[in-house]
Design a protein. Structure first.
Length: 299
C-alpha cells in the first residue's frame, strides 16, 4: 500500500527542511497542509519554502491562491486527495508537511459530514466580531466547547465562526462532531513529529521573527495593506504589522507581539500534537537520521 509521510511539529521547528530531505531520499514530491502558505505574496510572514527550496523538490499547494480567494478546509481535503491520487501513480511514498493541524487531520482522516453554514448565524456572529472583537467570539466558543477552544487556531475568525455556527445548529459540541468515525483512506499514514524543549522552540521562534523582519516582512505586509481585512491576513505576523502601518503601535512593540503570538500558537500546536497517539517523535537536531531509522523499521 502507498504511504503518506506526514511531518508535524510546532512553528519554526524545521519541518520544511526535514520534508525536503525525506522527499529527496524517496525521490518524491511534497504536499503542503500549511493553510497560510496557500496564499501568494505572503511568503516571508508564513515562512514559506524559499525559491531555492522549491527548486529542490516539487511542492504542491504553495502560493496557489490569492488572499482574496475563499478556500475551505473541505475544498482542501478534496483537492489534496485528488493530488495524492495522481502522485501515488508515480510514487510509493509522498510527503505531507505543515503546521495547520485541522488541514492535516482533514487529509489523513477525512472530515465529518457537517451542516452547511447557516446564513442567519453567520450574520449574527460577524456583527459580534465587528462590534465586540475577536476576543468575544473566542469567549463564546470557550463557553460552548472548551475542548475545541484548546485545539483551534484562536486568531482564525473563520474557524471560530464555523465552529460556533455548527454548535448552534446541532446543539452538540464541535469537538465531539469532528471526532466521529470517518471514511477510510486507501493509503497508509506515517506521522513523524519534530520535538525540542519549549525553551528551544521559543528561542527559534524569536530568531525566526527577527530574520523575517530582516528579509523584508514590513515591505511584504505593506503591499497587502488593501487586503488587511480579509480572513487570509488575520494571522500572526500580518495583523501586528498592520497595526504598526496604521500608526497604532510602534515597530518594536509590533515585533514583540509577533513573537508573543507565535509562541502562543506553538503552545497550542504542542497541546494538540501531545493529544495525538500515533506520532513518532524525533529530535530536531538529528531529525533526518532518526526519521530514516524509524522508517527502515516501519515501512
Amino acid at each position: 500500500m502507498k504511504t503518506l509521510l506526514s511531518i508535524v511539529g510546532t512553528t519554526g521547528i524545521g519541518k520544511t527542511k526535514l520534508a525536503i530531505d525525506l522527499a529527496k531520499h524517496f525521490n518524491t514530491e511534497i504536499v503542503s497542509c500549511d493553510s497560510r502558505q496557500f496564499f501568494k505574496g505572503m511568503e516571508i510572514g508564513t515562512a514559506a519554502p524559499t525559491q531555492e527550496e522549491l527548486d529542490q523538490v516539487p511542492h504542491h499547494f504553495i502560493g496557489n491562491l490569492h488572499p482574496q480567494d475563499y478556500y475551505s478546509i473541505g475544498q482542501y481535503e478534496e483537492d489534496a486527495l485528488e493530488k495524492l491520487t495522481a502522485l501515488f501513480k508515480q510514487h510509493d511514498v509522498v510527503i505531507l508537511v505543515g503546521g495547520s493541524m485541522m488541514y492535516e487531520k482533514a487529509l489523513i482522516e477525512g472530515l465529518n459530514s457537517l451542516p452547511e453554514a447557516n446564513e442567519e448565524n453567520q450574520i449574527k456572529l460577524k456583527n459580534i466580531w465587528e462590534k465586540e472583537g475577536l476576543e468575544k467570539l473566542q469567549q463564546i466558543l470557550k463557553d460552548l466547547d472548551p475542548e475545541y477552544y484548546e485545539q483551534v487556531h484562536l486568531e482564525n475568525p473563520r474557524r471560530l465562526l464555523r465552529a460556533i455556527d455548527i454548535i448552534w445548529q446541532t446543539n452538540q459540541k464541535y469537538s465531539e462532531l469532528i471526532a466521529l468515525p470517518k471514511p477510510q483512506r486507501d493509503f497508509n499514514v506515517f506521522r513523524i513529529g519534530i520535538e525540542a524543549s519549549r525553551e528551544t522552540i521559543y528561542q527559534r521562534i524569536n530568531l525566526r521573527v527577527d530574520k523575517m523582519i530582516e528579509n523584508g516582512l514590513i515591505q511584504e505586509v505593506e503591499k497587502l495593506k488593501d487586503y488587511q481585512n480579509l480572513v487570509a491576513l488575520q494571522t500572526v505576523g500580518y495583523k501586528e504589522v498592520f497595526k504598526y502601518l496604521n500608526n497604532e503601535w510602534d515597530l518594536d512593540f509590533a515585533i514583540s507581539e509577533i513573537k508573543k503570538n507565535s509562541r502562543r500558537f506553538a503552545k497550542r500546536q504542542l497541546t494538540w500534537y501531545r493529544g495525538e497517539e500515533n506520532i513518532h517523535w524525533v529530535d530536531y537536531q538529528n531529525a533526518f537520521e532518526e526519521s530514516l531509522s524509524l522508517l527502515n523499521n516501519n515501512l
